[in-house]
Design a protein around this ligand. Sequence first.
Ligand SMILES: Nc1ncnc2c1ncn2[C@@H]1O[C@H](COP(=O)(O)OP(=O)(O)OP(=O)(O)O)[C@@H](O)[C@H]1O
Length: 576
Amino acid sequence: MTDASLVAAPAVSEGWALNVVDGWTVPGFTHVRDLGSGSSGRVVLAVDDLTQTKVAIKYLDRRLRGDDAFLSDFRTTAQRLSQLEDPNVVDFYDFVETPEGAAVVMERVNGVSMRWMLAAQGPTGPLAALAMLGGILAGLAAGHDRGVVHGAVRPANVIVDGAGNGRLTDFGLAPAASIAQSGPAYAAPELWNGAPASVATDLYAATAIFFECLTGRPPFSARSQSGLAKAHREAAIPVEEVPGPLRDLIARGLAKDPAERPKTAADMLGAVEEAAVAAYGLSWEAQGRSRLTELAAQTAERPEPKPSRITTPRGNPISQPVRSSRSRLVAALVAGVVIIGGVLGAAVVHASQDEDAPRPDPSPAGSGSPAPASPGATPGATLADKVSKATAETPGASFSYRRSGCCGGPAWAQGSFRIVQGAAPSYSMTVSASTKALRKRTRAVLVGGSAYVQAGKRWQNASLAGGGRGYAALAGQVRAGSAAGNVAALLQATTSLQEAGGIYRGTVPVSALTQSPELTQLASAVKAKQVQFALRLDRNGLPVQIRIKVGQGGRSQLLQTSYSNWGKAGSINAPQ
Ligand SMILES: Nc1ncnc2c1ncn2[C@@H]1O[C@H](COP(=O)(O)OP(=O)(O)OP(=O)(O)O)[C@@H](O)[C@H]1O
């Protein structure tokens, strides 16, 4: 995510018009303003009440919510996306499903969509087009590696941030039945023949966007959907419209036969790099990104085009998710009502942004309900027991971890761990941090008090006594921050616990955190007196996701861990 503020907030009255989304909002977040809507739902800028982090929440429309096949696929996709960490993919935080609604909570990217940029600026020039394609391919490669096909690669789903980085959003959000229709200008021939989305259709769509960046319009056009389908299937690829050195990339990416396209996004990225260096020299990417940065800044000053029309490349409408006059009237009425709500909401945001303001004690009268507790026990005791029992009976899990905030900067890790009764869990992970010395992703294995860190083809052994140094210390911190034992410890010690929409939120005084020395240590480093957490458990009591906030304001750290594949972790031994 970039710090560069590209897009200014609109007037408050506009912003609050979305405070009601089909009557349901994701619990634990305060809406700030509407970001827009598209074919899969509407997107709202919101603030996480616990961490004060800005997020984008996409409320899925009724069509998707009512599509059982889509929902079942997307649950698996969501699990995989929550483990995916890549600079070219918008971070996926959570998929929230309740009987009232479904929503995706994701990183809020301050930027402009490629659709907006192309509408406002026209062709980007070859260097920016190459940088854009490189970013899309890198993001696709990360998703494909995790077994997730995007399925809706189109300019509206690429957000360019203030650093000129193209970020893919809406991975896996296209229902299988309408993939070709929802992005017709970018849909590969086989999609029109009813084939499912695949790596090859994603690469075709990425190439079609590349073509549009170079020429100002997608490769094929027609007056009707069937005409467009025919063009994708049969029309000659208009390679002569792009600069000579880039023609081969276009020809291969838009090949009618998927078998003739590059096999993987990584292969295609290699071909892009080769063509770009040969044509424009080694600095092509830096130059391309700097041009994208300029274009994004200029675009942000122009009005965003209306999202509702899906058109053929030369501007002929072929399908349009029409808003009826009745729905417009309802929207106007809703807007009228929520502007009043907005004043109250604004007060909530204001209070929650005041870091020193005491946080209201969650009470049963609030929107959530208190978690069950036995008399005399802490509010989370019953759940803590359930989590302890579930994790003790399960050998381990895969995990993805991110630390952000003050004091040491961001760090990332993913891998698997095995629970060892009565001892620290053993971990195998890929780990990196934002500091110069630890930026490179490295493999680390933790067994007992030792860390093994891969250096080239060899493993180096380091003791964790006293915290260790370098990657070994970082891996030790990851183990401490992501330990499943922390989940039960936090629940056990919580003084207030509320559940809403399947998410438990609690506050724990640091003095009560005796079972979690790592968190106590972290809290004392940032001089925190309490720790806050938000937790999602599966129905067996196994953690799915936890966010732990230690400290307040500028001196706070946020530890986020997602867990999956409980019970599948193999043994983790010290490398030879
Ligand atoms: N994570 C995000 N951060 C910031 N803005 C976002 C984010 N996700 C979406 N948006 C913005 O919200 C608006 C609506 O997005 P949405 O994805 O619903 O529609 P779309 O991408 O225009 O169309 P479609 O859903 O048909 O692809 C767009 O302006 C988009 O750029």
